[in-house]
Design a protein around this ligand. Structure first.
Ligand code: ZN
Length: 466
């Protein structure tokens, strides 16, 4: 280890620039060296978008809170705060902009009351609120909290939360008129409730959309299957006036829509026809029923501005590849894929820049085919689960614009199957990766680990890591 005297004499701001390249763990290591480095590492510019996870708030002493204060931390994930810890949060992190409560108040006798969130009004810059995996015995968004937050809240996410009344909650959300980003995934099993979860009815949903005219991204849970599918105009709230006998679309100009836990039976064929402003569409299917026709084919037709499409599960690709809009530049598929499917997708998306797929289930080399089919690719992500990548991986150097390649495996496959407990990437794959780098003159950077989970944004429904 270097002694302080041996340190290159650099101005502190240059050191701070250098430290920007470190991971959080590396920063913590450097910080333990001496007081001078500790001070530099705690510079706020190094922690700008960092989310601190307060997993055991009782353990933290004053020094810990003072460190958060000097780093000017603004984003917090927490399980549960008692009165004392709320006070500390107010005192040391007054500039907090985002907070998510995860896994708190799950048991019946610990369910939250309305007053639990009343201190949020002490954070004038708070714009982002999330609650996940929790239980509320009183309204989560009561009247006074809604009034306090309605001017400032731009992001709200509520996933797997037991609410006293979903309709009241949706009604309260409709008053948060500055929301740009809304995630609502109904609670799942595990709360000892009879399974009676139903989609939010049309009237309440329309009222909410009409109130949220600034909404850009909507992630909407679709749990529950009513006897009748939802009406044709579920995503088309009527406007306040009518023109030539037809009601105008009165909802926000959404650019991003995600349907979570979607059962194919719930929405009709023309459900998305009024959402022509969409640029991103994600459908996470719950399960498929035999004999139900795939609606994606007709959903995709009117989305002429779509640039990003993500499909998780659902029908076989052949059912909808013909209508994938040619404007799509980012495509993510978690669907069984064959080389034949790839052949039929390629002509539909000539400008594809980003592709994220699973290893093919048919025989033949995926890696050899990709450079011919998608020559413009900038990034490529493949999840392997049947066999390791082989020599054909080297064909990817023919992708002249490729700068990032992610090669991932699911942990369960490492433990259970072909890798027999070997680490990933195995020595053979590591050798292939260095050959690929050399072939591309180090243009392609190769990533083999899953990105870090964002504790604020990634709820359990979305997180695909281990
Ligand atoms: Zn969720």
């Amino acid at each position: 280890m270097l002694l302080m005297d041996e340190f290159p004499q650099l101005p502190p701001e240059v050191w701070v620039c250098v430290f920007r390249f470190l991971t959080t763990e590396e920063k913590h290591t450097v910080r333990t060296c001496c007081k001078y480095l500790m001070k530099l590492i705690d510079h706020p510019s190094l922690w700008k978008d960092f989310t601190v996870v307060l997993s055991d708030v009782r353990r933290y002493n004053c020094g810990f809170w003072a460190t958060l204060h000097s780093r000017k931390i603004t984003r917090v994930a927490v399980q549960h705060l008692r009165r004392r810890e709320w006070r500390r949060l107010v005192k040391f992190l007054p500039g907090m902009t985002a907070i998510v409560f995860v896994n708190g108040g799950k048991e019946e006798n610990k369910a939250y009351k309305e007053k639990y969130l009343r201190d949020l009004k002490k954070f004038p810059q708070l714009g982002e609120l999330g609650v996940r995996n929790a239980s509320w015995m009183e309204p989560l968004l009561g009247l006074s909290l809604t009034e306090q937050l309605q001017d400032q809240l731009t992001h709200l996410s509520v996933c797997n939360v037991r609410l006293t009344c979903a309709a009241d909650f949706i009604h309260a959300v409709s008053h948060l008129y500055n929301l740009q980003h809304l995630l609502y995934h109904q609670q799942g099993d595990g709360f000892g409730l009879p399974s009676g979860v139903r989609p939010v009815p049309r009237s309440g949903f329309h009222h909410m959309l009409s109130g949220l005219q600034k909404l850009k991204h909507l992630s909407w849970g679709m749990r529950g299957e009513p006897a009748e599918p939802l009406p044709d105009d579920y995503f088309s709230p009527p406007g306040s006036f009518q023109q030539s006998g037809r009601s105008q679309y009165g909802g926000p100009a959404l650019t991003s829509l995600e349907l979570v836990d979607y059962p194919e039976t719930l929405l009709p064929e023309n459900a998305l026809r009024s959402l022509s402003s969409l640029r991103c569409l994600t459908i996470r299917y719950k399960y498929m029923r035999e004999g139900i026709e795939c609606r994606l084919k007709s959903w995709l037709s009117p989305l002429t501005q779509l640039t990003s499409l993500t499909i998780i599960g659902g029908n076989s690709l052949g059912a909808y590849t013909t209508t994938i809009p040619s404007s799509v530049t980012r495509l993510t598929l978690r669907v069984a894929i064959t080389l034949k499917d790839m052949d039929s997708i390629a002509p539909k998306v000539p400008g594809l820049l980003h592709l994220d797929i699973e290893q093919n289930r048919s025989s033949g080399s995926l890696c050899r085919r990709i450079p011919m089919l998608f020559p413009q690719l900038r990034t490529l992500r493949i999840r392997f689960f049947r066999r390791e990548p082989e020599k054909d991986l080297l064909s990817l150097h023919r992708l002249r614009h490729l700068v990032q390649l992610e090669l991932l495996v699911e942990r369960s496959y490492i433990l259970r199957d072909y890798l027999n407990g070997h680490p990933w990437p195995s020595p053979g794959v590591q050798e292939l990766i260095s050959q690929l780098r050399a072939l591309s003159d180090n243009r392609i950077s190769v990533i083999t680990t899953m990105r870090q989970r964002n504790p604020l944004r990634d709820c359990d429904c979305m997180w695909e890591g281990d």
